[in-house]
Design a protein around this ligand. Sequence first.
Ligand SMILES: [Zn+2]
Ligand SMILES: [Zn+2]
Length: 427
Amino acid sequence: MKTATEILDAYERLGWKNNDPMAQMLQLRRDAPAALADLVRQALDRPPKHATFIDAALDLMDDTAYVATVREVWRRGADSELARGILDSAAVQHPEAFAPEWERLLTAVQDDDGGPEYAADLAWRALDDATLHGWLRRLDEDLSEGGPGHARAVALLRSRRPQAVYAAWRRLFPEAGPDAASWLHQAGYTEHEGALRALHGEQPLHIGFSDAQRKSMLAQQPAWRREVQRAHPTWNPESTDGVQARMGGTSAGRCGLCHGPLHRLLAIQDPAAAGIDSPSAIEFATCLSCQGWETDGALLFRHAEDGAPQTHPSQERDAPLTPDFVANPLQDADVTLFKAPARWHWQDWGESNGRQNLSRVGGAPSWVQSADYPACPDCGKDMPLAMQLDSGLPQAEGGEWLWGSGGCNYTFWCAACRVSGHLWQCT
Ligand SMILES: [Zn+2]
Ligand SMILES: [Zn+2]
């Protein structure tokens, strides 16, 4: 085993050429997990470039070590690319790390000359009440872009506290318009008749894949990623209790565009247990051949009482179209929806970089692009997120399913109309 110092020495000398710092970091974790914090701390003193093995070390650190590390980085300040990256991760995984210095974070995010940026927008959800109310009282100050008044209003907009979100939003956008709606979507809300409605929950359940699915998923990964995924809490339930669901195979429904069979994404007998607003079963399905390729927006379905999906009449074609390719369904499997530790309730798609499990039911979406909540075709209201599925899902005939070039799929649900919508984003 190489020590933390030896790993960094070798990386400084050789980079990734004839050198495998990722494997060395994983070896260090196996032999002395507490040394991961040492590795990161030493790296901060001599910040290496393109050091994804440090990002992976952060992901694999236990919660106590992680919290101590990000607090230390925030105390020292964002003096390197590495430190900024670590603070980005803190905004997602442990925004409390910035407390109580919210004014300092505000100053830092205003400095856009290559200074610290962080995923700060996500950090504001940990704002304490006293600061929040203090800032609300200052909402009347000058809102010119780049100034402290504007930054403070944006922070309140991203605070997740509905009253503050609404007040800041109205102050930033006195007039309705696409910009106003899109900023509110980015904050996870929509407005209807003067009231805010949340477009996602706070508590996701991660999809625990079956042994057979895991086997095919891991088989397609390099050794280091297999080890990272075997160790990461978002892939591995701590206990065996959870909500049962079924994934993959075809559904009884038919695609209104190509008239082929629908592909099942997830069927849940007890959706309420997974935080989905539905008194009876739900089967989410889509057409993998058509979705995103043959539609501009979301592919939409109405769901019967028993949960079965039917193409929404607005997307029903008399003559079937011929899709560019005919997709195989996902591998049929029983899956378990489970609660991962709080650190993983929010996840960022770019930050995850293939290490974390982003397939989850409920919680905040990990957008690849900007927030995009489609409107329900029946009532016109924006539909909340019900589920997201990452790329790399095993298919029935072998192979892995990619959303576009390897993006993420988002499923939305209008409970009142029993309508679902699906769209994917990729880079
Ligand atoms: Zn189709
Ligand atoms: Zn509706």
